[in-house]
Design a protein around this ligand. Structure first.
Ligand code: GLU
Length: 608
C-alpha cells in the first residue's frame, strides 16, 4: 500500500493572533522582564497548514517555526533547523522544554537512506535506588531535587549537529538567543501555564523572579524577555556543552538540585536531590537503532527504549494489521474505533510489564514486542464484539506463538499514571530529503519548578516517570542509579519503499502513544488528510477501566460495546501534534495543531 491520496489542504485551519491587538498593563520584572508588546512585534501569526517545497518546519510556536525556517533558507539542513527550533522553544515554551530537560531525536538520513535516533533522555544519579522515592507522595517527589534527572538536551543538540548537521552549536543557538533577548509576546497559553504553577513557582526564589515578573503573572500581550537564558545560550555556544557537563554551569545545576533555592518563608518541604558533578560528567546522548514495524506495506520507525513509544505504537499497529481497518471504517466507523481502543489496551499491557530502561529489559524482548508473530497472538485476545474488562493481561513475548489467548497479569496497571501533559514536538525537513521528528520535554508543565539562578531555565522532574514504589528493584521501570525512566515519547517516521512519506509526534505524557497511533490510523486507514487527522477528536485507551476522550469525540456508539469514558484532565485536550507529509516531486504538507494549546505553526520554504 502507498500513502492514500488526499486533498492537501482539507480541514486546514489558520489561526491569526495579531500582537498589535493585544493590550495589557506594562509590567517590568526583576529577571524575566515583561512589558507591553510594541504594536509591530513579530511572530504571533500562526498557520496550521502549509504546502510547498524546499523544506518545512512545524512546531507549536511561531517563533520556533520561523527560527527553523530561517536556518533552512540560509542553507542549513533539517538537523540544523530542528536544533534552532528546539532551542527557541526553550525560550518560548520554557515550561515544556529546554536545556534542563531531555528528549528523543529521530532523523531520516537522506544520503544513507536510514533512520537514526538519539536517546537524550535524562538519567538518574548513580546513588538512586529502587527505594529513593518510596513513601513520598507524587507531589513531594515532583517538587524536589530528587525528581531532577541529568539533562540530556544540550548533548543531544551537539551530538546531532556534530554527526549530521552543517552548523556549529553557536550558529544553531543564535536565533533562539535573539528571541530570548528581544522577547516574545505572552499569549493566553503561557499565562495559563504560569498560573497553574503559581504556588510552587512562588516558593522557589529564582523561579518566582523569572516567571512572575514584579511578583505578578505575565500579562497577555506583554513582551517576555529572558536575558539570562540569552546569556546562557551565548556561552553554551562559545564554550561548548562541556560547560554544562563538566564546567561551571554544571556545578550550578548540581548546586540547585542539592540545595534547592527555596524562599525561606515557604512552608513546602523541597527535598534536596542526589545529582553530583560526576553524574553530569558521565552523561551520554545515546545513538540507538530505531524500532521498526511494517504496516500495510509501509515502514513505521520509532524510538526504542528508554522510550516505550516505538514498541507500543508498533505493537498496536501490528495487532491492527489483522483487520482491514480501512474497510471496517468505511462500513462502520464505531467498529474500527473499537478495534483501535482494544489494540491500544493490549499494547499498553505489554508496555507496562516489559518496557523500561534498556538495561532492565529481558534480552531480546524488544524484538518480540515489535514482531508480527507476537501481535498476531495478541490479536486473539481482541474481542470484536465487546470491550474487554480492563486491565487486560500482558502477553508472553517468548518467540513461540499460537492462537491461545494466554496472558499474564499486568501489575503495572495498578500503578497510577502520573505522566504530565507537557512536552513539545517538532518536525523539520529540508530540500535534500532529510527529516527530523523530535520530541523534547522537562516532564510536567514547569518541570521541578527549580530554575538555575541567573541562567534562565527550569530543571526537569523526569525521574517521576519511574515507578516510584516498584514491586521489585529489578522491574523494568524501577528507579536505579544511571537508569533512564521509561518515556512515552513517540517521534515517528513512516516510509514507503524506504522514502519518508510522513513524520509526526505529539506531547501529552502516555497519551502521546495513543495520539500518534490515532493520527497514523486516521491518515493511513480512515482516509483523513493529515490536517484532518491532526485536528480529529481523540480518545486514549491505556489499559484502564475508562477511555479518556476529548469532549468532541463521538462516544455514543462505542458505549454499546461496553466502553466507558472520562474527560481528559484540564484543559480537556489530548496532544498538540506536528507533522510533515511528503508528496511526489518534493512537495511537502507541513501541519501543526490548529486549536489545542492555542495552536501551532507550520511553514514551508517555498509556499505553493
Ligand atoms: N515525561 C513524559 C514522557 O517521557 C513526557 C511528559 C509529558 O508529555 O507530559 O513520556
Amino acid at each position: 500500500m502507498t500513502l492514500p491520496r488526499r486533498p492537501l489542504l482539507a480541514a486546514a485551519t489558520a489561526l491569526v493572533v495579531p500582537a498589535a491587538l493585544l493590550t495589557g498593563p506594562s509590567v517590568t520584572g526583576v529577571a524575566g522582564a515583561a512589558e507591553r508588546a510594541p504594536a509591530a512585534h513579530r511572530a504571533t501569526a500562526k498557520q496550521a497548514t502549509a504546502v510547498g517545497r524546499g523544506g518545512a518546519v512545524s512546531t507549536v510556536d511561531p517563533e520556533a517555526t520561523r527560527a527553523g525556517l530561517r536556518v533552512l533558507r540560509h542553507g542549513g539542513n533539517a538537523v540544523d533547523a530542528a536544533v534552532a527550533a528546539a532551542a527557541t522553544l526553550g525560550v518560548t515554551e520554557p515550561y515544556s522544554t529546554g536545556i534542563g530537560g531531555g528528549g528523543y531525536f529521530v532523523f531520516y538520513d537522506a544520503k544513507a537512506h536510514r533512520v537514526r535516533t538519539i536517546d537524550g533522555r535524562e538519567t538518574a544519579p548513580m546513588s538512586t535506588t529502587a527505594d529513593t522515592y518510596r513513601g513520598l507522595s507524587f507531589d513531594e517527589a515532583v517538587n524536589s531535587g530528587l525528581s531532577v534527572g541529568v539533562p540530556g538536551t544540550a548533548r543531544t543538540w551537539s551530538r546531532a549537529l556534530h554527526r549530521w548537521g552543517t552548523l556549529d552549536l553557536a550558529e544553531a543557538l543564535a536565533p533562539a538567543t535573539a528571541v530570548a533577548r528581544r522577547g516574545f509576546v505572552v499569549d493566553q497559553t503561557f499565562r495559563d501555564q504560569t498560573a497553574s504553577n503559581e504556588a510552587r513557582f512562588r516558593d522557589i526564589v529564582p523561579t518566582r523572579e523569572l516567571f512572575l515578573p514584579g511578583g505578578q503573572l505575565p500579562v497577555v500581550g506583554s513582551v517576555f524577555r529572558n536575558p539570562a537564558l540569552a546569556d546562557t545560550y551565548d556561552r553554551l555556544g562559545r564554550k561548548g556543552v562541556d560547560w554544562l557537563y563538566g564546567g561551571r554551569l554544571g556545578r550550578e545545576i548540581v548546586h540547585t538540585v542539592q540545595v534547592p533555592p527555596k524562599d525561606p518563608a515557604a512552608t513546602r518541604n523541597v527535598r534536596p536531590g542526589l545529582m553530583t558533578a560526576a553524574d553530569l560528567a558521565r552523561y551520554r546522548a545515546v545513538r540507538r537503532a530505531p524500532t521498526h514495524v511494517g504496516y500495510r506495506g509501509l515502514g513505521v520507525w520509532g524510538m526504542a527504549p528508554s522510550s516505550s513509544g516505538g514498541s507500543t505504537v508498533g505493537e498496536a499497529l501490528n495487532i491492527l494489521e489483522n483487520v482491514d481497518l480501512g474497510a471496517v471504517y468505511r462500513a462502520d466507523h464505531t467498529k474500527a474505533l473499537h478495534d483501535y481502543l482494544e489494540a491500544s489496551a493490549l499494547a499498553f499491557a505489554d508496555r507496562g510489564k516489559y518496557v523500561g530502561a534498556p538495561s532492565s529489559m529481558q534480552p531480546g524482548v524488544l524484538g518480540q514486542l515489535t514482531s508480527q508473530g507476537f501481535a498476531d497472538e495478541r490479536f486473539c485476545s481482541l474481542d470484536q464484539t465487546k470491550a474487554a474488562t480492563k486491565p487486560v493481561p500482558a502477553g508472553t513475548p517468548d518467540g513461540s506463538y499460537d492462537t491461545n489467548c494466554d496472558g499474564v497479569p499486568d501489575q503495572s496497571a495498578a500503578v497510577a499514571d502520573h505522566e504530565g501533559l507537557s512536552t513539545s514536538h517538532l518536525t523539520t525537513a529540508d530540500r535534500w530529503g532529510n527529516v527530523v521528528t523530535y520530541t523534547l520535554t522537562i516532564e510536567q508543565t514547569g518541570g521541578s519548578a527549580l530554575t538555575v539562578p541567573g541562567r534562565g531555565f527550569l530543571l526537569n522532574n523526569e525521574l517521576t516517570d519511574f515507578d516510584l514504589a516498584p514491586a521489585s528493584p529489578t522491574a523494568p521501570n524501577a528507579p536505579g542509579g544511571g537508569k533512564r525512566p521509561r518515556s512515552s515519547m513517540s517521534p515517528t517516521i513512516v516510509t514507503d519503499h524506504g522514502r519518508p512519506v510522513l513524520a509526526t509526534g505529539s506531547p501529552g505524557g502516555s497519551t502521546i502513544i495513543t495520539t500518534v497511533l490515532q493520527v497514523l490510523i486516521d491518515r493511513l486507514d480512515f482516509g483523513m488528510s493529515l490536517p484532518q487527522a491532526v485536528a480529529a477528536p481523540r480518545a486514549s485507551q491505556r489499559n484502564t477501566a475508562d477511555v479518556q476522550a476529548e469532549p468532541a469525540f463521538d462516544r455514543a456508539g462505542l458505549s454499546a460495546y461496553g466502553h466507558t469514558f472520562v474527560d481528559p484532565p484540564a484543559p480537556g485536550e489530548i496532544g498538540a501534534v506536528t507533522g510533515i507529509e511528503f508528496r511526489s516531486g518534493g512537495r511537502m504538507v507541513a501541519v501543526a495543531e490548529p486549536v489545542r494549546r492555542g495552536g501551532g505553526d507550520a511553514r514551508v520554504v517555498h509556499p505553493r
